[in-house]
Design a protein. Structure first.
Length: 235
């Protein structure tokens, strides 16, 4: 049975890395002594080792050890043998490129679908959808495909921001960009605000956190979805 947490972000303003979601993670990874961390999304400023250490410090609070996928000679074996998996944030284009380069995109999808508990945040959440095409990230590298894990039957827009009505900025809003996506694609898109996440248990998908999420469908008005909304039938 699938067991997945898909978080908009890893860090809330004023909080520590993963702090706000640790109670949920303690239950989510309750049968794991060690989890595999995938740091592929970080393009610069922090090494895979440093990024893994950051994750390790957070999980230390709930007595779980963290090992980076880069520490293993064979990334595929690392994924196959993982008790649990966490993919961190960064740049989604880079993350997807690296997953394909290391031949773990399909394997990761199959592993999580077969029941290995998974956590994604930001870029690690973007890849849970059908494609990465609704990411906010710049295309700093060109991946072999935009197709991602397909763990849920829709796309995500993590870090979703509402328009600031007091701002004089005349550029595109997140809503505008998602509508542009829907000019060519029919996949629903869920805008996840900071501090919100999805809990996936088998075929059931539930919105969690304190804030509503914004749902976009092609040729329809956007909807506000309150916490605890069941999204299992969204496709």
């Amino acid at each position: 049975m699938k067991s997945i947490i898909i978080a908009s972000t890893s860090t809330l303003h004023g909080g520590k890395y993963l702090e706000y979601i640790l109670p949920a993670l303690k239950s989510h990874f309750k049968n794991c002594k060690t989890i595999l961390f995938i740091p592929y999304a970080r393009p610069s400023g922090i090494s895979h080792e440093e990024y893994t250490q950051k994750a390790a410090e957070a999980f230390n609070a709930i007595d779980i050890e963290v090992k980076g996928i880069h520490e293993f000679k064979d990334p595929q074996e690392a994924v196959k043998n993982a008790e649990g998996i966490f993919t961190g944030g960064g740049n989604t284009f880079l993350l997807v490129t690296q997953l394909y380069k290391n031949n773990v995109m399909q394997l990761l999808s199959e592993t999580v679908k077969n029941g290995t508990p998974y956590l994604g945040s930001s870029a690690g959440s973007n890849i849970c959808g059908l494609s990465m095409q609704t990411t906010n990230d710049m295309p700093i590298i060109y991946p072999p495909s935009f197709q991602t894990l397909g763990l849920i039957p829709f796309n995500l827009n993590p870090h979703y921001l509402d328009p600031d009505l007091q701002s004089k900025h005349m550029g595109e809003t997140r809503e505008t960009r998602i509508k542009e996506f829907h000019a060519f694609n029919s996949i629903p898109v869920l805008g996840l605000r900071e501090g919100s996440w999805l809990e996936v248990k088998g075929d059931k998908i539930t919105l969690k956190g304190d804030l509503s999420a914004r749902l976009f469908k092609q040729n329809q008005e956007a909807q506000e979805l309150e916490p605890e909304t069941d999204l299992s039938n969204l496709n």
